[in-house]
Design a protein around this ligand. Sequence first.
Ligand code: SAM
Length: 280
Amino acid sequence: MSEDGLPPLREVIARHGLDARKGLGQNFLFDLNLTRRIARSAAPLSASTVVEIGPGPGGLTRALLLEGARKIVAVEKDTRALPALQEIAAHYPGRLEIVEADALRYDWTAHITGDAKIVANLPYNIATPLLTGWLTGPWPPWFSSLTLMFQKEVAERIVAAPGSEAYGRLSIISQWCASAKKLFDIDRRAFTPPPKITSSVVQLIPKSERLPACTISVLEKVTAAAFGQRRKMLRSSLKSLHPDMSKLLDGLGIDANLRAEQLAVADFARIAASLESDPV
Ligand code: SAM
């Protein structure tokens, strides 16, 4: 028995035939010290609904419960994992709700009420679309924090500062919507099976307002154009968005000779807002 009185995860996986499937991004964490560390990073857990994406055999779920989560909604696509999760739910009556669904298509606001914290060891193949989907949804959002595991390279893009190699579209959208911090790395060998590279836990706390205000689709157009040709100066990379881009940038006090990676997050949002108020 483990310290929560439930069978060890390796036994759960063997008993339920949960061999890891690559297509579902399944890299399981067995080490309770690590899963508890992730759970603690999202503390306090007792005043919110904890939403976990991809509980799989339930390693992180069990850590969240041990760390005091009062109510977890766990969304899993792999039906093979459901019996194992039901055993956990039976062990913690009323504290674990299991939802069989594709997290990419799930209607969060229709199902989750009150304060919610998302905590997950995300399936790598859909980690970025899940994050951007949450960040580009209605605002203020339905969650008050996101504590998520990504591939290290994706984590670095989320938190990257201007001037760095990793700074790009994902940094802009993440930091326009939230304050983002990389908390710690987890060695690939901690997972079963081990993925190719190191993972990192990132925490994002949504801002009450996304400022400077602009329309997300326009902001995305600007960042796509700017970073699509990241070595070019803005007057050239953004040229297709406005007949007189140099003048528009000049009006904002932004040097048109800068390149995308030299521009602050707020400046991208100001360009988007200006394009909206001065449409072509
Ligand atoms: N939470 C477990 C852990 O930490 O050991 C498993 C994490 S594993 C990296 C990702 C989990 O996400 C798997 O259980 C997988 O089946 C699930 N998953 C993959 N795609 C999904 C989707 N579209 N919606 C919900 N869950 C998904």
